[in-house]
Design a protein. Structure first.
Length: 452
């Protein structure tokens, strides 16, 4: 073999290494990631839905959203096992529906994963501000962004191992919280002013019901880094959604049952909604100076950190895949040579997230992330049906149970939820469509120039 050919082969292998991710994730780590992505939804955000719909309004919305997520998760698992790539929804939609809808799905996924972390960072700042009131909330949030982006750059195994540890601790914290508050539970507290805005409050509460489970699909984005992805994703995904459903129900009833829904939305003497509902609930059981109160607030940060760190990880993979296939600048699709992680994508996502932080609009950031999530779910389920019809012989190591009922339910509920969100959040819906439409226009021009 000539030296020229050896050199050519080495260069080809180097280019492949620059766009490849390392397989290191076990099913247990995937469970940790799946629960970790979502668990912050138990610690904050959902309580803002109580202000919209009251106890009954949020409970009804959450009931249907749970059905959507259970059916969606098992349907999405089929796609993730059949097509284990870092792009997740983008890869599934492109294969099933073509490049245009593939771009829409991928961009919606990017919006969800990039806008969710700033909301969580604000909550991290709010929790830390309870312990250190002299330090500004935004300062804590920016420091968290830099620190956890760095951890993700250093390696996926380190990131996933860290995520697993703090997720386990966050789950334990929720169980301790329920143990402390459930003895004070009273049914009358659930029935106090249960529908403050009538039945329309059910629809207005939808984004905050979604927040209980937002980003569970991020497990699919690390399928490319899983050991035996077909087996690992099924076990990790399935066990994660079941864990989260139990924690959602437990957290909802143990929080609101202490003193009614207003008590976990508004701090005493304030009309501004809080980003720290669990400490508010605990304060009705024990004083803020109690050692257990401070311990629970401190440990409660772990739930926020778990999701913050996990979604940063998933967002990096999503943006990385967009760059790798040319739907975004190619530099975003380059893996770091030393750590084999999507460093460029992680840094760009961090910059956008920090800009969003300075708006200070937690509820609005959550809503935009939910618009992205629902778009992703709808396009993914349409792609699911298209692949079942057009590629019946595709290797599917896992097939969704109760087909076609499960994917059909997920598609119907997600579609109704998206329409309702636009009706009750017209301004934010317009902002979301502007981001999505503007991105699509730039992509179309870029593709057209490439063809010319």
């Amino acid at each position: 073999m000539s030296f020229a050919r050896v050199d050519l082969t080495c260069n080809k292998l180097k280019r492949m290494a620059d766009t490849q991710l390392k397989r290191t994730l076990s099913p247990f780590m995937l469970w940790g990631l799946g629960v970790g992505y979502v668990i912050s939804g138990m610690y904050f955000g959902w309580n803002l839905g109580l202000a919209e719909g009251g106890t009954y309004g949020l409970a009804i919305a959450t009931f249907f959203i749970i059905i959507m997520y259970v059916t969606f998760t098992f349907s999405y698992t089929e796609l993730a096992c059949a097509i284990p790539k870092a792009g997740g929804a983008f890869d599934y939609a492109e294969k099933g529906l073509g490049s245009k809808l593939g771009f829409i799905a991928g961009m919606a996924q990017n919006i969800e994963f990039i806008f969710a972390p700033p909301a969580i960072a604000m909550a991290i700042g709010a929790y830390l501000n309870l312990l250190y009131p002299s330090v500004n909330v935004i300062t804590f949030a920016v420091v968290a962004y830099v620190l956890f982006t760095l951890i993700n750059i250093l390696g996926v195994k380190l990131a996933a191992s860290f995520e697993l540890v703090i997720t386990i601790l966050a789950v334990i914290e929720l169980l301790i919280f329920a143990t402390v508050t459930l003895p004070e539970f009273e049914l009358s507290n659930l029935q106090s002013n249960p529908l403050p805005n009538g039945f329309q409050g059910v629809f207005a509460a939808i984004p905050f019901a979604i927040w209980f489970f937002l980003a569970i699909e991020g497990v699919a984005n690390v399928a490319e880094e899983a050991i035996n992805p077909q087996r690992s994703v099924l076990i990790g995904f399935g066990s994660a959604i079941l864990t989260l459903v139990v924690l959602c129900i437990l957290t909802f009833f143990s929080s609101v049952g202490v003193a009614g829904w207003e008590a976990v939305v508004y701090p005493e003497g304030s009309t501004d909604a809080s980003d720290s509902p669990l400490p508010l609930a605990i304060s009705y059981v024990m004083g803020e100076g109690h050692v257990l109160y401070k311990m629970l607030v401190g440990i409660g940060l772990l739930g926020l950190i778990a999701s913050f760190h996990g979604i940063i990880l998933a967002a990096g993979r999503s943006t990385f895949e967009f760059g790798r296939i040319g739907n975004a600048p190619k530099m975003l699709g380059k893996a770091n040579g030393k750590f084999q992680t999507p460093m460029n994508a992680l840094l760009v996502n961090m910059a956008i997230g920090i800009l969003a932080l300075f708006t200070g609009k937690t509820g609005e950031i959550i809503t935009i992330a939910c618009f992205g999530a629902l778009t992703l779910y709808i396009v993914s389920m349409i792609a699911f049906f298209a692949l079942r019809k057009n590629e019946p012989d595709m290797d599917r190591p896992f097939k969704v149970p109760a087909y076609p009922l499960f994917p059909a339910l997920a598609l119907i509920i997600a579609s109704i939820a998206l329409v309702a969100m636009f009706i009750y959040n017209l301004k934010l819906g317009s902002v979301y469509l502007g981001i999505l439409g503007g991105s699509y226009g730039l992509w179309w021009l870029m593709k057209r120039n490439d063809q010319d």
